[in-house]
Write a protein that binds this ligand. Structure first.
Ligand SMILES: Nc1ncnc2c1ncn2[C@@H]1O[C@H](COP(=O)(O)OP(=O)(O)OP(=O)(O)O)[C@@H](O)[C@H]1O
Ligand SMILES: [Mg+2]
Length: 648
């Protein structure tokens, strides 16, 4: 009904009290509106119709504009001098932005229904949050006033209002109850609760005026205070809280129902799902339903269907909900943790400053081209133990892996991979290296290592990344080795063992090196999964090129497959260097100035190819050593196969 009336309003001829907007008359006047008008209102200026004359579109209408206008008048004393102007009807359109007309209509229609109904029986009309439509809206007030004055005896009007707490921008339900008894016996019940339970509030600026007006309409007033008695007050607060919880729970059920319905699901016992401490956003509900559906599909082989909708149980919804709440707690505690970690000593404190939260690392799996197998294995080995440690606490065989070694020729993306692991697992990242020990912690390596492990478990889930692990945990038999160095290594082993015995501890040591053969045997033993990050082959080089060049503008003649083919033996880093070299040293001059940046051409790639050469030779001794080592110790190395056939 309201919508219809609103539609009507937008098209009906302008009458007094309509809000209007000046839209100008012709193209000429539109153009002139670009400059301030010499005479009359500017386009877009709003006002209210004060004088309306019957007639055609060209008849004049007196409008009181919200601002003073050039050569404006006072519409014969009907408005402030300079605010009035006579406009033609077709230069005005109804302004629906204020919503005042709708408020007025709502009040009119509400009372009309009430009056009709009261013919059958006495009626109480309750207007909630009444002040909201009266504050700053004189029309609504006038309209309400005239309605109340002409109310039949059998109707009682009560209104409530929500008091705004200025300090907290929080509102409490409560407020005023107005009653109007028929035959001019009006009564006002004041239920204005002081805000913040005890301190009377100072109301917002417009509210006092509205309150005064409302008190005039409803002079009979009863003030209801907060419960004075402590016990009653507690009860009262509890009741309020319970109401809020009920509202949240209902809102959640409603969101669930609409999302379920939209995706062709139905949960007959949805009403039993009760989540009352937060109102879920639509996005969250969609995620929960997704998890619920996967739970359902895992547990019900044949899906019951009703009305072509898949029926799922509240159990599945609860499953989805539990995952959602788990993730939510996790991210909350992660956010909190880095700031709130209580450090025990100087070492932990210094280290904490260098810890990178997952959101700051800035490398994800998508940034790494190729290396699909390594990525998959790492995901499987790292994600689950870090994110769902409870899955690994049953038998001995499902123990989470506490150490992974990434080894391979330089520049193949090992460091990058470690960073992506931390990002994707949502784990804090502690990067340690020999260089930081010698520069920042010289002579204190032992204490530093101890602090690394104690801090890592405090901020778990976390990844301790030891880059260039050969320099830090190389062979101990080296006779020239410093005593302090040996102590530090031993400390590392001891702490690492401590970590490995605690299954639920979500700390993982990730190590990277391009000289795995220099590693101490004891270290290799503690890194049970060793993944070779090898030089990419042609199809993988193409993938890396695609990732690196994803945001670049390429000319149509660029054939990445051909580029990949001409870069045999290149590492990921070489490929990256090549594109950089390309941009910096291309003989084609245009790349120097930003004004004529042009797409990269195949020719540029050929030129760069001559400038950069592979940093690792696939025939080098180092490369052979790496392959041999992989064969002996690496994942999928031939040693496993021999030992297997031996036992068989
Ligand atoms: N697979 C890849 N995808 C995308 N970029 C790569 C890839 N491999 C290497 N790069 C690029 O090369 C740079 C060097 O990689 P990274 O530092 O991870 O190599 P690394 O294996 O750790 O080398 P090193 O053994 O010398 O430490 C990265 O910053 C990245 O820009
Ligand atoms: Mg590296």
């Amino acid at each position: 009904m309201l919508r219809q009336s609103r539609k009507l309003l937008l098209h009906h001829p302008k009458t007094t009290r309509d809000r209007v907007k000046f839209v100008g008359m012709s193209l000429a006047s539109t153009i002139s509106s670009l400059q301030p008008p010499l005479k009359g209102p500017a386009i877009g200026l709003r006002g209210k119709v004060v004088l309306a004359f019957e007639g055609n579109d060209s008849s004049k209408i007196g409008v009181r504009f919200d601002r003073s206008i050039p050569e404006g008048n006072d519409l014969g004393g009907r408005c402030k001098e300079g605010h009035g102007f006579f406009c033609t009807a077709n230069s005005l359109c109804l302004d629906s932005s204020g919503g005042e007309d709708v408020d007025r209509l709502a009040i009119n229609e509400l009372f009309e229904v009430a009056i009709n109904e009261s013919k059958n029986a006495p009626l109480i009309l309750f207007l909630k949050d009444l002040e909201k439509s009266v504050v700053g809206n004189q029309d609504a007030y006038t309209s309400l006033k005239s309605k109340l004055e002409n109310l039949p005896d059998k109707v009682i009007v009560m209104g409530s209002h929500t008091q705004i707490d200025n300090r907290k921008e929080k509102s409490h339900a409560g407020g005023l109850l107005f009653t109007k008894f028929g035959g001019n016996h009006t009564a006002l019940l004041d239920l204005a609760f002081p805000d913040s339970f005890g301190r009377p509030s100072d109301r917002s600026k417009e509210t006092p005026k509205a309150m005064k007006q409302l008190s005039r309409l409803f002079p009979n007033k009863v003030t209801v205070q907060l419960p004075q008695d402590e016990a009653l007050l507690v009860d009262w607060k509890q009741l309020l809280e319970r109401d809020i919880e009920t509202l949240k729970a209902q809102a959640n059920i409603f969101s669930f129902r609409s999302v379920l319905c939209r995706v062709g699901l139905c949960c007959p016992d949805l009403e039993t799902v009760c989540l009352k401490d937060q109102a879920l956003t639509n996005e969250s509900v969609e995620k929960i339903v997704g998890w619920a559906l996967s739970h359902h599909l895992m547990h019900c082989s044949e899906a019951p269907v009703n009305d072509s909708k898949i029926l799922i149980s509240s159990e599945s919804i609860y499953y989805g909900l539990s995952i959602f709440l788990g993730v939510q707690n996790e991210s909350k505690s992660l956010k909190k943790s880095l700031k709130d970690v209580v450090t025990e000593n100087e070492f932990e404190k210094k280290l904490l400053a260098d810890v990178m939260p997952p959101s700051d690392i800035g490398v994800s799996f998508d940034d790494i081209g190729a290396l699909e197998n390594v990525k998959d294995t790492v995901k499987e080995l790292v994600m689950l133990p870090l994110q769902r440690p409870e899955l690994f606490c049953k038998g001995q065989l499902t123990k989470p892996c506490k150490g992974i070694l990434l080894f391979g020729p330089p520049g193949t993306g090992k460091t990058m991979l470690a960073k992506a692991v931390a990002t994707e697992a949502g784990a804090n990242f502690i990067n340690i290296s020999m260089s930081s020990i010698t520069s920042k912690w010289f002579g204190e390596g032992e204490k530093y290592v101890k602090a690394v492990f104690s801090l890592a478990s405090k901020i778990a889930p976390s990844v301790i990344f030891v880059d260039e692990v050969d320099s830090m945990l190389g062979r101990r038999e080296n006779p020239g080795e410093h005593e302090a160095m040996r102590k530090m290594k031993n400390e590392f082993m001891v702490n690492w063992d401590g970590l490995r015995t605690k299954d639920k501890e979500r700390v993982l040591v990730l190590a990277a090196t391009n000289r795995p053969f220099d590693l101490d045997e004891a270290v290799i033993r503690r890194l049970p999964r060793r993944l070779m990050v090898n030089l990419p082959d042609a199809p993988n080089r193409e993938k890396i090129l695609r990732v690196i060049l994803a945001k670049e503008d390429l000319a149509p003649d660029v054939d990445l497959e051909a580029v990949a083919n001409m870069t045999d033996g290149y590492s990921g880093s070489d490929i990256k260097e090549r594109t950089l070299a390309l941009a910096e040293s291309s003989p084609l001059p245009t790349l120097y100035s930003s004004s004529d940046i042009r797409p990269l051409k195949m020719e540029d790639f050929r030129y760069a190819h001559e400038q950069v050469c592979a940093s690792v030779s696939s025939e080098s001794t180092n490369m052979n050593e790496l392959l041999q080592w992989n064969d002996l110790y690496g994942e999928g190395g031939s040693r496993k196969k021999t030992s297997l056939s031996y036992f068989m």
